[in-house]
Design a protein around this ligand. Structure first.
Ligand SMILES: Cc1cc2nc3c(=O)[nH]c(=O)nc-3n(C[C@H](O)[C@H](O)[C@H](O)COP(=O)(O)OP(=O)(O)OC[C@H]3O[C@@H](n4cnc5c(N)ncnc54)[C@H](O)[C@@H]3O)c2cc1C
Length: 520
């Protein structure tokens, strides 16, 4: 098919954090953008509204299911619905792997934890770009989405300083106890601890309210204090260069003269000189793998193996739970466990206010009833710390096969052989550190099922020569004009939270496409 008319200068597939970041960079340079999203504005949260118990637990009490390897965030009815809609629509499933993706306006940012940090030069070693290429994009994204935290404590450099950081919100009393006893360097140079950096507003702006510490984060912030890509979509829609189509689930791409044509499940087709795929790492794989000539039967998928550990702060036993707070991360830590520059764990510490008791009772070596009673007594003194390992410790394989007119994707979860040794080493070290800071690590620390982290990457890596590689701007080697702007293009995944890097990289890719568009 020869196109004499294109629907837009650029088509962006996906309305999540990556899609909106690329779109802003394009429209600001006068490039017309048509965004196609498989979802529509009907809000999964509102479909799960109504009586508060239904919103929190689900009409079939599914959030109370016994331990199923999912994080509390993933167990909410809204999260379950978003992920299962994605798996069905994109024909993606996991074997020993939680295949997380979104078919949802705003993508996974509708349910995410909002903890952000920048990668540094060490984290992007081997990428076909320098950290300088990323810094201005980190700044642009940070300033747009609103990030609060500290710029002066020990973790500030580790988390990055490219944008303006809003004042930190007050942290909960148990987290305060740990932090008060910590002195930078006191636990060795391998360890650092400081305030978390969250995309949660401590100051009202852009029509969003500041957090009022109502402890409702887990069930969706009604005030708009926690960043959701939907806020960006609202802003984008005000711009004449931007158009967003509902229920446009893309199933196919094909080359046309001067560009590409995409087809949607409901039979529509749209063409543009350039296509940006930002469907979330697994959604992007489901779309693009069929474009690869002689596509390999399997591709390695990086993820960030994650663990969780309950910590009791005995000095807080007997206190009433605080009346105010927020359930996003309170503290963030790093711990080096090996000699390679990438061998470090990044983790966060959460107050457990607002989490269902079942999440803990399932982890305690007690009956459910005894566990619940103990939980109610110790809850005000309880913290949960997470720990994420770098992608080098994952060993997942993404396989695909033709299935009628489409394809189906299966991710088989796995971890590297030395992960359990490293987990033991890290837990031994953390047990001592928390103890010195006044925290007792309880039994029940566990490694989550691969995929639970949702920090995916490495499928179409920037800088890789070969069929599934992309250039330094995410342009597919075998399909010039098709760009990958989400986690799928990241060559490596560090133990740090990945989304700010996905967004900054998408901004950088958008600026490159805008330059190319102007030059043409
Ligand atoms: C419970 C949870 C907590 C998290 N917490 C954090 C955190 O604290 N910090 C952090 O850094 N990261 C966190 N993450 C990860 C973060 O949410 C993702 O990295 C981020 O959302 C990825 O953005 P994306 O735009 O690449 O993809 P997504 O957010 O997955 O968005 C994909 C978009 O593409 C659309 N789409 C998919 N397929 C198609 C198709 N075929 N056609 C058209 N549209 C399509 C979807 O509707 C959606 O709009 C968390 C994730 C989860 C699940």
């Amino acid at each position: 098919m020869n196109h004499t008319f294109f629907d837009s200068d650029c088509i962006v597939v996906g309305s999540g954090p990556a899609g909106v970041s690329v779109a802003f960079a394009l429209i600001e340079s006068g490039v017309h953008v048509l965004m196609l999203d498989g979802a529509n504005d009907a809000d999964t949260t509102s479909r799960h509204s109504g009586e508060p118990w239904k919103r929190m637990l689900g009409s079939e009490l599914e959030a109370l299911l016994p331990e199923d390897g999912l994080s509390p965030k993933l167990r909410t009815p809204v999260s379950r619905q978003i992920v299962s809609n994605f798996q069905q629509a994109c024909n993606v499933r996991g074997e020993g792997f939680v295949a997380i993706g979104a078919k949802e306006r705003g993508g996974l940012s509708h349910i995410w934890g909002g903890l952000v940090c920048e990668y540094d030069a060490g984290d992007i070693e081997g990428w076909p770009l320098s950290i300088k290429d990323m810094r201005s994009s980190y700044g642009v994204v940070t300033n747009r989405i609103g990030v609060s935290g500290s710029t002066t404590d020990e973790m500030a450099d580790f988390l990055g300083r490219s944008g303006t950081i809003l004042p930190a919100l007050p942290i909960g009393p148990s987290a305060v106890r740990l932090l008060e006893r910590y002195r930078p360097g006191s636990q060795g140079p391998e360890f650092g601890l400081g305030l978390a950096r969250n995309t949660i507003l401590s100051v009202a702006r852009d029509g969003r309210s500041a957090c009022d510490l109502r402890k409702d984060c887990l069930w969706g912030c009604k005030r708009g204090a926690i960043y959701d890509a939907r806020f960006d979509l609202k802003e984008l829609k005000r711009n004449d260069y931007f158009r967003l189509l509902d229920d446009a689930h893309v199933v196919d791409l094909r080359r046309v003269r001067g560009g590409w044509e995409v087809s949607t499940k409901d039979g529509r087709s749209f063409a543009a000189p350039r296509i940006v795929i930002a469907a979330g790492t697994l959604g992007t794989a489901a779309l693009l793998i069929q474009l690869l000539p002689n596509a390999p039967a399997e591709l390695p998928l990086l993820s960030s193996p994650a663990m969780a550990m309950p910590i009791l702060v005995p000095a807080r036993l007997g206190y009433l739970p605080p009346e105010k707070g927020y359930s996003l991360a309170q503290l963030v830590y790093r711990l080096r466990y090996g000699y390679d520059g990438r061998d470090f764990v990044t983790g966060a510490v959460y107050e457990i206010e607002g989490l269902p008791a079942s999440f803990f009772t399932a982890r305690l070596p007690l009956s459910r009833r005894a566990g619940t009673e103990i939980f109610n007594f110790i809850a005000p003194a309880l913290l949960v710390a997470t720990g994420y390992f770098p992608g080098t410790q994952s060993d997942n394989k993404l396989r695909w096969q033709r299935n009628g007119n489409g394809i189906s994707v299966v991710v088989r979860g796995g971890v590297k052989g030395d992960l359990s040794t490293n987990v033991d080493k890290v837990l031994r070290r953390l047990r001592k550190i928390w103890w010195r800071l006044g925290g007792l690590m309880l039994p029940g620390a566990s490694l989550a099922q691969p995929g639970t982290d949702a920090h995916f990457g490495g499928l179409f890596p920037m800088g890789l020569h070969g069929a599934h590689g992309t250039d330094q701007f995410g342009e597919l080697n075998v399909a010039p004009g098709v760009f990958v702007a989400d986690g799928a293009a990241l060559p490596t995944v560090s133990s740090k939270f990945v989304t700010l890097t996905i967004m900054a990289n998408a901004d950088r890719i958008g600026r490159h496409i805008a330059r190319a568009h102007r030059a043409a």
